[in-house]
Structure formats: C-alpha cells, structure tokens
Ligand binder design. Structure first.
Ligand SMILES: [Zn+2]
Length: 245
C-alpha cells in the first residue's frame, strides 16, 4: 500500500492508531550542489529515503517534502532558494501543530541538509518538552557505521563523493557524469582564524561549490548507502511505533 500521507483520505487519517503511527517529514534544501548535481539534491535524497521507509513499514506515513531550507550561505551561486531560520522554524512548528491537532504524537523528521539541523532541534526540543509528543531527527549522512562500511570513512561535507554518489544512485539522469573529471573541491567546510571557525558564505571557501573528498563517485556505493539508511530508518520507526511513553 502506498504510504504517502497526501494520498490518504480524512477517514483514513481518522482511523489510524495514533499511538502506533509514525509520521515522517522530509526536509532539505534547494541550493547549489556543485556543477554536477541538481540544486534539489538535499530534499530529493531525504524524500526518497522517507518514501522508501514508509513503503517498507506499515506504521509509517511520509509527508510531502518541505523542499526549501536554511541556505542563505549558498546564495551567491545561481539557483539557491532559502528561508530565514525564523521562517523555517515557524514552518516546522506549524506542521507539528497541525499533526498534533489530529492526534499524531510520533514524528521522525528526515532531514537532508545540515544547515537546517539546529533550527529543527529547537522546535523538536520545544515540542517534546511541552507536549505529549515524541519527535526525533534522522539524518542519513550522520551514520558513521554505514559510511565506514561502504566507503571506508565517515566524512560527508557538501556535494562531495558521498552526496554525489547517493543522488546519482537515485536520479542518474540529472547528475552530470561528464563533469566528474574536472571537479575541484575545498578540503574543509568554512574558514578558520587560528583554531576558531569563521562562519562564511560558501563562495568564500569553494569556487565550485563543493567541499570534501572526490576520490570515488560511485552509483553502487550510493545505492548501498541508501539501502542501509532506509533499513536504519525502518528500525527507528519500529522502535518509535512501539515506544510507550
Ligand atoms: Zn547537500
């Protein structure tokens, strides 16, 4: 059965066991991802993972994605769209409130963009604190075990070998393989003054928009990472669905 939330009727929603149902909310961004990847990469990956997990697990329902996130630091690359953190937090909060109104209380935010993390955690912390509500955050690129097993390291920065492999595995037709040979990258994210991190616009430390390793871009690795992440999310859904509290 299709478990995309938008295909349910109101009677379907009414009849769901709200103590067992887990709502997945895919979030991401529309921002530059180097000359090789589509600008929707972050939300396309999180949506894919959430939809596949909801196909696997009958307790999970995946919302349509919120494609735009906190990305103003990419704005000097053409195409990037962004919300201010205030607006983004408000959007997440309003979605939580709507779901809470209908009796849902178990949520997993499936995020695809690091710039969203602190805003999401603020809203999650607030709801878990004030209401009978359990919201969790799932971020595919944070699972060190999966990454080390597939690619031998766990560093994922931006539009690098890992992210490019993953989006290439999902949307082969929208990733420009002919660009791979001449890609350049910054070895790290941001800049430093001495040991102190200097938060920066992306164009201030990378010309191509890429940061991180570019040793091996591989659809096969991308597929392996995706499958393992979908299995992991499925485990989290089971735990949360059965969680008493
Ligand atoms: Zn990304």
């Amino acid at each position: 059965m299709n478990h995309n939330y938008q295909f349910l009727t109101w009677e379907d929603v009414k009849s769901l066991d709200k103590d067992k149902a887990v709502i997945l909310i895919p979030l991401g961004s529309i921002e530059q991802h180097g000359p090789q990847n589509p600008i929707g990469t972050d939300y396309l990956i999180s949506t894919y993972i959430a939809e596949k997990a909801s196909e696997k697990n009958p307790k999970a329902y995946s919302l349509p994605p919120i494609p735009i996130g906190v990305s103003s630091h990419h704005r000097n690359f053409p195409g990037t769209l962004w919300f201010s953190p205030d607006v983004f937090r408000s959007i997440v909060r309003e979605i939580f409130l709507s779901l809470k109104h209908h009796g849902f209380r178990k949520i997993i935010v499936v995020n695809g963009h690091g710039g969203n993390t602190s805003s999401i955690m603020e809203v999650i912390g607030d709801f878990n604190d004030r209401f009978d509500f359990i919201a969790l955050l799932f971020e595919w690129w944070k699972d060190e075990q999966i990454l080390k097993k597939v690619i031998g390291h766990s560093q994922v920065i931006h539009a690098d070998e890992v992210e490019t492999s993953v989006i290439w595995a999902i949307y082969e037709e929208y990733v420009k393989e002919e660009k791979f040979e001449k890609l350049t990258s910054s070895p790290m994210w941001g800049r430093y003054i001495g040991d102190l991190f200097l938060s920066s616009r992306t164009d201030q430390f990378t010309k191509s928009g890429i940061a991180g390793a570019l040793n091996e871009i591989s659809r096969e690795n991308g597929l392996k990472i995706l499958e393992a992440c979908i299995d992991k999310l499925d485990e989290h859904i089971k735990l949360l669905s059965n969680y008493k509290g």
